[in-house]
Ligand binder design. Structure first.
Ligand code: ZN
Length: 215
């Protein structure tokens, strides 16, 4: 699937001093030190690494970032099940970086807990234009009302799809049939099934996630 590459590039989005236009004294060479001091670019990206969130029953329910996962651990809401072989250092102590955490109290997850939002529709459609089936960065995608709003089309999971600007222009105020376009697949609500597929996609990068996702 073409989205794999895009997703990992996205979540690994490197923060480099060059890119930020800053001079970082003492950060020559790729190796650097093994500890991550508070302002190092390495630490910034590390804190954004994905962490798998399990319910108290070990059922995978979400993906969050290291930063948020560590907050949940510090609050006593979750505990780490799997760790990275790396630490982050605050002033007083070193913290192991979690890869998988588990909520200590069972949380009921409603069937459709995902909010209808631009972000979630792009996630569901894996940043793929549903008409030309090409993968784009989020900034180059818009949302298309399959049945145009002017024709009574509503803003629902079933009527909104990721769409590149070119196809969106092409389609204009027409239905796909009228514009001679075909949907890559029928748009559906973001279900737990969709979430799990996405978790697996992200989880391919971290073998610690496997035993919780591939069963
Ligand atoms: Zn397109």
């Amino acid at each position: 699937m073409g989205t794999n590459r895009h997703m990992s590039a996205d979540s690994r989005g490197r923060y480099t001093p060059e890119a930020a236009g800053e001079a970082m004294p003492g950060s020559e060479g790729p190796a650097g030190s093994r500890t991550h001091n508070l302002l190092s670019p390495r630490r910034v990206s590390l804190m954004q690494e994905p962490v798998l969130v399990l319910n108290a029953t070990y059922e995978p329910i979400n993906v969050t970032a290291v930063r948020r996962a560590m907050v949940l651990m510090l609050k006593g809401v979750a505990q780490a099940e799997e760790m990275h072989n790396t630490e982050v250092h605050s002033v007083a102590q070193a913290h192991k970086v979690p890869s998988v955490i588990r909520l200590l109290a069972y949380r009921h997850i409603p069937q459709q807990s995902r909010a209808l939002s631009r972000k979630n529709i792009l996630l569901r459609d894996r940043n793929t234009c549903q008409f030309c089936v090409r993968v784009f960065p989020s900034s180059e995608l818009t949302l298309d009302h399959v049945v145009p709003r002017s024709r009574g089309g509503r803003s629902t999971w079933e009527n909104l799809v990721a769409c590149c600007y070119r196809c969106n222009n092409n389609k204009g105020d027409r239905t796909p049939e009228e514009a001679g376009l075909k949907l890559a697949r029928r748009p559906r609500p973001f279900t737990l099934h969709t979430s799990r597929q996405l978790m697996r996609l992200i989880g391919h990068r971290d073998e610690r996630w496997r035993k919780y996702l591939f069963y």
